[in-house]
Ligand binder design. Sequence first.
Ligand SMILES: Cc1cc2nc3c(=O)[nH]c(=O)nc-3n(C[C@H](O)[C@H](O)[C@H](O)COP(=O)(O)OP(=O)(O)OC[C@H]3O[C@@H](n4cnc5c(N)ncnc54)[C@H](O)[C@@H]3O)c2cc1C
Length: 451
Amino acid sequence: MTVESGPTPWRGYDTVSADPDELDRGAEFDVVVVGAGLVGLATAREILRRQPETSIAILDGVAPAAGASGRGTGLVGPRIGPGIDVLERRFGSATALRSYRASERAVEITVALCRELDVEVAESAQYVIARTAAEERMLFAQMGAYRRLGVDVLACSRRGLADVTATPVLAGLAYRSAAMVDPARLTTALARRVASLGAGMYHGVPVSDIGLHGGRVRVQTGRGAVAARSVIVATNVPTIPSVARRVGGIAGLTVFGAATSGSAVAGPAERVGSAFIGADPLAPFHATRPDGSTTVGGGGARSSIPGSVVPFDITTWNWLERWARITGAIGKNAELGYRWSGPIAVTADGLPVVGPVEGMPGVWFMGGCGGHGLAMSAYNAGAIADAVSGPGGRLVDLPWMRSRAPGPRASRPVRAAVGGYIRVRTLAMRRAQSAAPVRTTNVQREAGDRK
Ligand SMILES: Cc1cc2nc3c(=O)[nH]c(=O)nc-3n(C[C@H](O)[C@H](O)[C@H](O)COP(=O)(O)OP(=O)(O)OC[C@H]3O[C@@H](n4cnc5c(N)ncnc54)[C@H](O)[C@@H]3O)c2cc1C
């Protein structure tokens, strides 16, 4: 299940495992959680906070932090799904605003969780930036929506941004409530906390099937079957066929990261502790951590099959490194000490799926968060815990609290189509980024120079 493509800067934290031999054939639990990433672990914690006597088993095919949660770049920020303008158009102003506020709340909850677990968290600013004319148009549309909704997101001009990043940028939007964290440390600390609250944490236990049997949910593992009243499938990409069939089109992508091994701030203009994220979802980003090390990511993706091993993608890493040096995202002599990849799960409309699985009473699916899963995990966990523990099983009314994603599930032909689309988009994005113009911007004209 792991995608072991190279070391991240955040490896080597202890986790705890119960003895899988305890999973005797016929074991019964109130709740089984499949997947020990941030989503599964945070949900187990939220259920135990509400009902401490609940018996919970957490089953992971590998171990906590083996998936995306241990391989992310650690940027915690607001926003969910597509741009706010798209959410507004699709769901109306009130729902777009509630979605954005939920994502802000998600940041607060994640920062509070880090503090509770004694995991270092650096509060910082996040800038979503435009380096190309296409990205600039995206930002302009988003800024219009933020204004209409009365959301306080600051539009930044090229001159204003020159004070905070050494890289050439046309325009940007600044989000003040954001943070940086070591995602593997957070995930493993959460695993230890959940175990200390009484959950059984089982590593190396892949789940191959989920079905209904005698009024209970039956979970088939590599070590026999266990039963539960409720099962929460938190595998990010749906890897269990009976569940995947029902949750619709969630595709697995592999995305890439790299980091310097030491301090690598390109110059005095670079604001340490800030993240600069391209407006195009595939565009590269960079973040300078409080210790001066720099993380870069994006710049392309590959369609992947969950559970398969993804080879090194030297082309993407080389492109990313060249981009980071040319733009000044990292200092000229900085050494890139880490190059890695990891899985993300995406839907056609950019929104996750968090809700009951159709036709399988007692089974819930949580996944498809794309690149926003770090903050949204703890938020979605609270919502599912309320529904699982509370009377009536009701979910809050947000667009991603739903049973399925639009479109067919990611079967082989669909995966091939997604792969082809991503390859073409990656090439187009790289060409545009390499030739990014620098000129006066729409956002700048609209916002005025705020310096
Ligand atoms: C390179 C990279 C950079 C990223 N950067 C950011 C970022 O800066 N900010 C941000 O918000 N998000 C980021 N993300 C996304 C974020 O990491 C994810 O959205 C989030 O971690 C998803 O958590 P999860 O618990 O749903 O999935 P995962 O962490 O993938 O957990 C799923 C778990 O399920 C297990 N599993 C799967 N199938 C089975 C099965 N059949 N049986 C048993 N176990 C199974 C896996 O082993 C895994 O441990 C990034 C992701 C990557 C890969």
